[in-house]
Write a protein that binds this ligand. Structure first.
Ligand code: SAH
Length: 226
C-alpha cells in the first residue's frame, strides 16, 4: 500500500532584491523548480523599487559621511518586507552581508528546521542603511570571505542549501548526505572513458557489487561532517 503522504506546509522563501530577474530563473529550474511544483517550498521576490515614491523610483542614495558608492535606502526595503504581511509561522529575516556570520551546512540545517518563512534581503552597491538591521532585528549572513557585487548569489546559495534539507526536496532521500557535507567522487557510464587517446577508468570497487566495501570506500573519500 502506498504510504500516506503527509501534507506538509510549504516553506516560504522571500527574496528582497532590486534584481528579481537574477533570482527567479534559478529558483524555478531543476530541483528547486520541482520543489516549488510539489509545493514543498514557495519562492517569491519582492523589489524594493516598487515601494519608492519619487518618479525615478530611487532605491539608493549617497552615504552619510562621504565616501564612494551608493547605499540602499531603508524605507523601500522595510516596505518590501512589510508587504509580506504578518508571518504565518516562525519567520527568520536575514541580510546578505560579507561581514555577517559565515553560512555553512550546519546553519542550513538549522534554518530548515527552525523557520517556516525565510526572508533574505539582498544588498547592492555599498550595502544597506544600517537602520534596516536594527529595525528588523535581523541577522547578517555571509556566504564566504569575499565580496560580491550583490546579495542575489548569496541568497540563492542559502535558498538552495536550506531547501536540500527540507524533506521531499531531493528526489532520493539518500542523496542528502547525512554524514558527509560533500559527496565522494562519483562516476557514471562509460566504465572506460577515453579522452585524447588516454583511458580513464572507474575505481574497480564501485563495480564490485560489494555494498559494504563501496560504502567504506565512500566513507574514505567523502569530506566528513564537522
Ligand atoms: N562595503 C560593503 C560591501 C557591499 S557588497 C560592505 O562591507 O558591506 C554589495 C552587497 O553584496 C552587500 O550589501 C551584500 O548584500 C552582498 N554581498 C557581497 N558579498 C557578500 C558575501 N560574501 N556574503 C553575503 N552577501 C554579500
Amino acid at each position: 500500500m502506498k504510504a500516506k503522504t503527509q501534507k506538509l506546509k510549504a516553506k516560504s522563501f522571500s527574496i528582497i532584491t532590486l534584481f528579481p530577474d537574477l533570482v527567479a530563473p534559478y529558483a524555478s529550474s531543476s530541483i528547486l523548480g520541482r520543489a516549488q511544483q510539489k509545493k514543498l517550498i514557495t519562492v517569491k521576490t519582492v523589489n524594493p523599487r516598487d515601494f519608492t515614491k519619487d518618479k525615478h523610483n530611487t532605491a539608493d542614495d549617497r552615504p552619510y559621511g562621504g565616501g564612494p558608492g551608493m547605499v540602499l535606502k531603508a524605507e523601500p526595503i522595510l516596505k518590501a518586507v512589510d508587504s509580506l504581511g504578518k508571518a504565518k509561522g516562525k519567520r527568520g529575516i536575514f541580510i546578505m552581508s560579507p561581514r555577517g556570520k559565515q553560512f555553512d551546512d550546519a546553519e542550513a540545517r538549522k534554518l530548515a528546521k527552525s523557520f517556516d518563512e525565510i526572508v533574505l534581503i539582498c544588498g547592492r552597491y555599498e550595502g544597506i542603511d544600517a537602520r534596516v538591521k536594527k529595525i528588523l532585528k535581523s541577522k547578517d549572513i555571509s556566504v564566504g570571505p569575499y565580496v560580491l557585487t550583490g546579495g542575489e548569489l548569496p541568497a540563492l546559495s542559502i535558498l538552495d542549501a536550506v531547501a536540500r534539507h527540507i524533506p521531499g526536496v531531493l528526489g532520493d532521500a539518500n542523496s542528502l548526505e547525512h554524514t558527509r557535507t560533500a559527496a565522494e567522487d562519483t562516476y557514471t557510464r562509460p566504465e572506460v572513458f577515453t579522452y585524447k587517446k588516454k583511458k580513464y577508468t572507474v575505481p574497480p570497487i564501485l563495480l564490485s557489487g560489494h555494498h559494504a566495501a563501496v560504502e567504506s570506500w565512500r566513507g574514505k573519500t567523502g569530506i566528513k561532517k564537522k
